[in-house]
Design a protein around this ligand. Structure first.
Ligand SMILES: NC(=O)c1ccc[n+]([C@@H]2O[C@H](COP(=O)([O-])OP(=O)(O)OC[C@H]3O[C@@H](n4cnc5c(N)ncnc54)[C@H](OP(=O)(O)O)[C@@H]3O)[C@@H](O)[C@H]2O)c1
Length: 343
């Protein structure tokens, strides 16, 4: 763990990702909501640009994106910032998913990976990607072949390190198997080809499954862990009202935990986070407690909360200064498990 001096002499915690020793601010920024998955009508390009700049000002250096967010527009947006501030940022993007009219397909063919990387570099207005992640493995292509093509990109100097996303594990899970069994098998295979610097998977107070096997696997091998959806798609911030509803193009409109009934049933989780926040001060928020809980799961863990507003970005960056006590962590462990499941 290191520290970086930022504006106003404030110290910002830095964390090191993987054997490649990539140094990033402890809290990253998930850029997906700026262009994908959440209601399109709320996307605002200029506000998003300000949010990215604010993140970099506050030491939230890891910007997580993907070529398929938009598609393509999220990388284009980041490119506008990176053109001016490449040295302040750690660029983490993804390859392997193609968006069609009504569907998303995996493409892990080596030729495609090479072309996709060049296209991402152009959109991002940079000559190197810090972390290049395989978004989903292609069932038609041995993962070693895809990973080998990604390793070639490292050798060519276009990419600094490789990561693997396991966020799709829930949908791909076979009955009777552990959530991350298949991911760990995949990780063991690609490790034979080229080192994995980071794994990205869901981890939050209401989705803690990665703690069982995946996080320990990473820790034992010096692999970093990017915690996706650390705010439970916004639920854990306590700013969403049950029954408010979501626009049809918002992923939460189809998410089993976001029906009015399940949101109401899961309120005790938010109430618990709020209780802990109050103990730490009147300005501390449930979102900050949710992120501090993720940070407390290991020095190799970096949450990438998604946000497109400066205000949220600043609040989330502030979570790096919040240290949960043993009592706080025990209280989170005692919270009721989330109701509403994809399974
Ligand atoms: N690899 C994958 O397949 C995959 C899949 C999903 C996500 N991810 C990554 O993980 C990142 C995070 O996931 P996510 O964005 O879906 O979920 P999340 O971080 O759990 O929650 C994001 C939502 O929380 C809201 N929010 C953020 N900070 C807030 C605060 N302090 N107070 C109130 N509301 C706040 C955001 O609002 P606004 O948007 O309105 O600001 C957004 O709606 C993504 O950006 C992406 O980089 C990866």
């Amino acid at each position: 763990m290191g520290w970086l001096e930022r504006e106003g002499n404030e110290q910002v915690e830095r964390r090191t990702i993987g054997a490649a020793a990539l140094s990033v601010g402890a809290v990253g920024l998930g850029c997906m909501p700026m262009s994908w998955a959440y209601s399109t009508s709320r996307q605002r390009g200029e506000e998003s640009l300000r949010a990215v700049h604010r993140a970099l000002d506050l030491g939230s250096t890891l910007l997580d994106t993907a070529d398929m967010y938009g598609p393509f527009t999220n990388e284009l947006l980041l490119g506008r910032v990176l053109k001016e501030r490449r040295r302040d940022a750690f660029v983490s993007t993804k390859v392997g998913l193609l968006v069609g009219e009504q569907h998303i397909v995996a493409n892990g063919r080596p030729g495609y990976v090479r072309r996709a990387c060049d296209a991402s570099l152009r959109r991002l207005q940079t000559d190197v990607i810090d972390l290049y992640q395989l978004h989903r493995a292609d069932p038609e292509v041995p993962v070693e072949e895809t990973w080998g093509a990604m390793a070639e990109l490292v050798r060519a100097g276009k990419v600094r390190a490789l990561g693997l996303c396991a966020v799709g594990a829930r949908a791909a899970r076979r009955p009777g198997t552990g959530l991350y069994d298949a991911t760990i098998r995949q990780l063991e295979r690609v490790q034979q080809v080229f080192p994995v610097a980071a794994v990205q998977a869901e981890l939050s107070v209401w989705s803690p499954e990665a703690l069982e096997t995946l996080l320990p696997w990473c820790e034992a091998r010096g692999v970093g862990f990017l915690a996706a959806m650390p705010l439970g798609n916004g639920f854990l911030t306590g700013t969403l009202t049950p029954g408010e509803g979501f626009e049809p193009d918002d992923v939460r409109a189809r998410h089993p935990r976001f029906t009015a009934e399940m949101m109401a049933a899961n309120q005790p989780i938010v109430a618990g986070l709020r209780r802990i926040a109050r103990r730490h001060g009147e300005h501390v928020t449930p979102a900050q407690v949710a992120l501090a809980w993720v940070l407390a799961q290991g020095r190799h863990v970096v949450p990438v909360p998604g946000a497109k507003h400066e205000r949220w970005v600043a609040e989330n960056a502030g979570a790096a200064r919040l240290r949960l006590t043993r009592e706080d962590l025990a209280e989170v462990a005692e919270l009721p498990p989330a109701q509403g499941s994809w399974d």
